[in-house]
Design a protein around this ligand. Sequence first.
Ligand code: ADP
Length: 490
Amino acid sequence: MPKHRVLFVTAELTPVAKIGGLADVAEALPLALNRTGAADARLMIPYYDVIREAGIETSAVLEMPVPVRGREERVRLLSADISGNFVYLLEHEGFFGHGGIYYERTGESGSFKEISRFLFFSQAATALTGKLPDFFPEIVHCQDWHTGLVPALLKRTYGEDAPATVFTIHNLGMPGRWNREEIVGFLGIPADAIPTFSAVDRHGNIALIEQGILASDVVNTVSKTYAKEILTEEYGQGLEGTLQKRAEDLYGIINGIQTERFNPATDGALVQRYTAEDAKEKRPANKRALQKELRLEQNPDIPLFGFVGRLTNQKGMKLIVEAFPRFLKRGVQLAILGTGSPDNEALVRKLVEDFPGKSAAVIDFDAALAQRIYAGSDFFLMPSRFEPSGLGQLIALRYGAVPVVRSTGGLVETVPDYTSDPARGLGFRFGPFTGEALTEAVARAQRLFVEDRNAYLALQKRGMEQDVSWERSAPEYATLYEKALAKKGG
Ligand code: ADP
């Protein structure tokens, strides 16, 4: 397969501009594409104040004017090596020089200030794509609503010569919806200049994520299961009709994790490092340390269930709060780390108050404690209502915490059920989004741990031996790029 030049256009990038999973993918996928020789990938992101403050070394590339509201704004393009990636940084004091990655904490598109920041980014990225001195992208790979307009703008700007475009949906729940007239006014173009602007809702709004879905050559999301689920009303967030129109060009590719960063053999956050081979002897020290740190009874025989993630309805907090009291009364421990909505945080606080010594919650974002929970828990909970890909269960597998998950999205593909297939299973799965169904799955997990420790340890080892790296998925992206080129050509 020829090695294509790919430009990733993204709002987030680990480690300099991270809010969520998008940042991790933006870092790890280009690295894996370059490492495996599947593509020649570079990135373009705004030069936020938080990146400037990180003090990375940059080189000037070029300066050029970008049209906005009928005026011209000058942007400067810099380049930098960020963790091995070649990154173009788009500098403009007014749009990117203050306020962090997103003006709003949640990254939701609730103000025109937020929308216009990324409209400007999309316009500038489009203008610069054809001007990079030594890199002529054949494919531009856009991510989520922030860059949803890039495919249409590239087509309008470069016509037949435009690069092929791929649009990846990481979070369908954030559509980037805003009034079409205001968007058109900002861009300084006639409304009919972009054919997909006819996709307007009854309030006169367009959704930038929908623009990406409609205008790109191919669309993908981060698991095959979620790619099917979003065609339904239950998961489609109102965009199922649009996605159905693009069903022929809609693919699913599961995320991986940075296995160098998430590695129990080298992880400095752990009291005892270990591998799949010596986990049986060495891993228990991490459980003991975690029980001590969280003031739980220090007992290796009590199954410890961990949760790390956003405390939101999506992540199934209500199911945990409903299911766990009966287990906490009878020989199970629970450790929760996360921040989220006030109602979910309050529910979790109340649960742990009722069961001191048996459960603990840390309402915070703490990467090191997260690693200690992955390394010290016997089981890892992900009872999500929906889960496009999910990274938590992949980290849990790598660290030997057996996942207990709902059968949805990427969890279906990465956690085959042990009960129905003991020879290949990697965790415990359940179907309905109910406390009762979670209870039944936790009971199965507890039973295995208590009644057949050797079988549990064999399951744990099998999980640790899985390939959860990006090397597994990078070739699928190479195939997707071929499809985008063929689609554009045809
Ligand atoms: P999502 O992107 O929907 O939040 P994922 O499972 O895809 O969920 O990724 C979440 C990532 O963020 C995981 O690596 C998880 O360990 C990490 N994470 C989430 N909340 C916290 C927290 N409070 N402290 C440390 N790490 C966290």
